[in-house]
Write a protein that binds this ligand. Structure first.
Ligand code: SF4
Length: 323
């Protein structure tokens, strides 16, 4: 259900009619749910989710959290972490797993209800044939994602209201946020990403992204070992957004070539210095006088400061420490 941020340019291939439920990854056999490595990974993910919830005040006493589960690794991991954290959270909150069956060809409608039953979570399955609407309205070869996402968003908000949800939790993670930051910078001319918490345009819903501090790599490893019944994400026939793919490749290249760079970008998203950018709406440059205090002081004539090695190391260990 994770929608690309902007429309894909390429023509969609024919719908995938291959078996809907992916086979377990071979690595699952190596790393078991009881191995120390896996338990450390689980702890790390839960700690990341707990920290995001605390940092952004995502969930409070009495909240009903509707977790949108698409059948992908991210939303399965999100649900699992939230359920684990609920056991020991200082506040009481309700979790309702929600899946929207958009009637895409080959969608295995029985997989998620069976999974939700097996883990004993309250759930709601909503069936709405947005697939036919999108196919009907969008000419062949044109991108379908923006209409599909709009329709989905409307349904999610409606269902959240019906079940009395005070929070809508989505499975976007740290790397989705970084990709979106670069997508917006490269193609949208904006310094903007996916926020960990936002209010819907009509002011009725609070949307949260508790995986905001979790890496895609960790989530993928966790999902493999947990052997979640993953549903392929290409049933609609749409291709991954070409621009997002390009950004993903760029970031993966950086991660290989410059260890610590991605972590530094993630840290940078929470350390914005408006007085050292150029947005008059964020910082009142026009009325800046000699008396205006400026964060980080005068660096107008300095060379940009390079991070100290120790700083990089501490950032890296913050994100990779598995104890
Ligand atoms: S068209 Fe397919 S890829 Fe695009 S948002 Fe809808 S389900 Fe996702």
């Amino acid at each position: 259900m994770n929608a690309p941020a902007t429309a894909a340019e390429a023509a969609p291939p024919p719908p995938d009619t291959s078996p809907a439920v992916a086979a377990p990854h071979p690595a699952a056999a190596v790393e078991t749910r009881f191995s120390n490595t896996f338990l450390r990974l689980k702890k790390k993910l839960e700690r990341g989710v707990g920290k995001a919830i605390a940092d952004f005040n995502m969930i409070g006493e009495g909240d009903t959290v509707m977790v949108c589960v698409s059948g992908g690794k991210d939303s399965f991991t999100l649900l699992s972490c939230l359920m684990a954290l609920r056991e020991r959270a200082p506040v009481n909150f309700r979790i309702v797993a929600m899946n929207l069956d958009q009637k895409q060809p080959g969608f295995p409608a029985d997989v998620l209800p069976a999974y939700f039953e097996s883990i004993g979570i309250e759930y709601r399955i909503v069936t709405e044939d947005t697939y036919s609407i999108v196919k009907d309205k969008i000419p062949e070869g044109k991108t379908t994602c923006s209409l599909c996402s709009r329709l989905r968003r409307g349904i999610i908000y409606r269902v959240a209201k019906e079940i009395g949800a005070t929070r809508i939790a989505l499975g976007h993670h740290r790397d989705d946020m970084i990709e979106t930051l670069f997508l917006n910078m490269f193609f949208g001319g904006k310094l903007k990403s996916m926020p960990p918490k936002l209010v819907s345009d009509n002011g009725e819903h609070v949307v949260i992204r508790p995986l905001a501090y979790c890496t895609e790599n960790d989530i993928a490893r966790f999902a493999r070992t947990m052997d979640f019944p993953i549903i392929p994400c290409n049933l609609c026939g749409s291709q991954e957004n070409a621009q997002r793919k390009q950004i993903k490749n760029m970031l993966q290249g950086w991660a290989r070539e410059f260890p610590g760079r991605i972590e530094s970008i993630a840290t940078a998203m929470s350390q914005v210095v408006p007085s050292h950018l150029a947005d008059n709406a964020l910082f009142d440059f026009r009325n800046l006088t000699r008396d205006t205090p400026v964060a980080e002081g005068d660096i107008a004539f300095d060379r940009p400061e390079l991070p100290l090695q120790n700083h990089v190391i501490s950032i890296v260990s913050e994100f990779t420490d598995e104890d």
